[in-house]
Design a protein around this ligand. Structure first.
Ligand SMILES: Cc1ncc(COP(=O)(O)O)c(C=O)c1O
Length: 363
């Protein structure tokens, strides 16, 4: 791979995952600058790129207290990279995982997990007590997303009361992710509904504190709500994920961040004058929010459709067979999960290749 450094990106073998380094650097700096000097701090979500080099850049940019991740396997990769403060923003359940969680805790300065049932907390407590480690717990509150989480209010208080009685775990506060609101196109509506949703977490915090239990953390937020949620008094950690790479879905919502991620593909067939077929399909492109768009032609009427290994482009530009094309995925996070490495470029030349250590880490 070292021999390829300096090559023009269009000469890389395809499909290949690309990162425009300058654009990613600007995104990371912009978010770090936003949080500089604020009470609310940034805890970037690793699920975006799963690449420890990028996670390190996010920490080095300042204003980040640590890293959020979705899976225990991602947290293990972060620990291997020497990152010492990690939140697993998810429930960690099952006997094999309890043991892994405990050995992970002994390698990190600070480890927290989300919990939404007392049985999860008891299992972690028993394993932690036996191993002599301490694990922080955030009670996840469902503020409308309808995924994990206890209802706000009494249910969260009841769970918090039981957690503070357990050995080997610390009740560190609440997690309340407004995931059902992050794709509201209108910023004003997004703002009003986010404030309303997060208020449920604030009221839950007040209820728990009135019962004499300290709630040091409320962790929430995303790439499209960071500027709203971080302004809400009481929220002190923001788990924004996609902002370093972006994708075309998030770019419509947060135009202040640039598209730095693309998938380099090649024209392998021109079956009709207006049709081009590229050598990447949904095995190489996260497409949960729609098919990919063509870099530089995002607003053009060019329809793309994915098959397993093909991308069919209607109203194709005048591409030749063999020509390299950059595609912007609708979902960066699932795209990065499909690749083992990311080709880093500046001004059209390859400058580095970074491993995506946590790609495929599902457990
Ligand atoms: C728990 C949690 N926190 C935060 C986020 C925000 O990530 P992003 O900024 O990529 O939307 C997500 C996204 O899935 C999430 O699941």
């Amino acid at each position: 791979m070292a021999g390829l450094i300096g090559s023009a990106i269009e000469d890389l073998d395809t499909p290949a995952l690309l990162l425009d380094k300058s654009a990613a650097d600007r995104n990371i700096r912009r978010m770090a600058d936003f949080f500089r000097g604020r009470k609310c701090q940034l805890r970037p979500h690793f699920k975006n790129h799963k690449c420890t080099t990028l996670a390190r850049h996010q920490l080095e940019a300042g204003s980040a207290v640590g890293i959020t991740c979705a899976k225990l396997g991602e947290a293990e990769v972060l620990a291997d990279a020497g990152i010492s403060d990690v939140l697993i923003a998810n429930q960690v359940v099952g006997p094999a995982k309890a043991q892994r969680l405990i050995s992970l805790a002994s390698r990190l300065e600070k480890l927290r997990v989300a919990v939404d049932h007392i049985d999860q907390a008891v299992a972690i407590s028993e394993a932690a007590k036996a191993a002599g480690v301490s694990i922080g717990i955030l009670v996840e509150v469902d503020i409308g997303m309808g995924r994990c989480g206890v209802p706000p209010g009494e249910a969260a208080l009841k769970l918090a009361r039981r957690i503070v009685e357990l050995a080997g775990v610390r009740f560190d506060g609440l997690q309340a992710y407004e995931g059902h609101l992050v794709d509201i196109p209108d910023m004003e509506e997004r703002r009003c509904r986010t404030i309303e949703a997060i208020q449920q977490a604030i009221e839950t915090r007040d209820l728990i504190e009135d019962a004499g239990i300290k709630v040091p953390i409320i962790s929430s937020g995303s790439t499209s709500t960071y500027s709203i949620t971080s302004e809400i008094d009481g929220v002190n950690e923001i788990q924004a994920g996609t902002y370093p790479t972006m994708d075309w879905m998030y770019r419509r919502l947060t135009p202040e961040f640039e598209l730095s991620l693309s998938v380099l593909a090649r024209v392998i067939s021109r079956p009709k004058a207006e049709v081009a077929v590229l050598d990447v399909g949904f095995k190489g492109l996260g497409h949960e929010f729609g098919p990919p768009k063509i870099k530089g032609l995002l607003d053009e009427e060019i329809a793309t459709a994915l098959a397993e290994e093909h991308c069919i482009v209607q109203n194709s530009p005048d591409w030749k067979s063999g020509e390299a094309v950059e595609l912007i995925p609708s979902h960066a996070c699932t795209t990065c999960n499909l690749y083992r490495q990311i080709h880093v470029h500046e001004q059209g030349r390859l400058v580095d290749v970074w491993p995506i250590e946590a790609s495929g880490r599902l457990s």
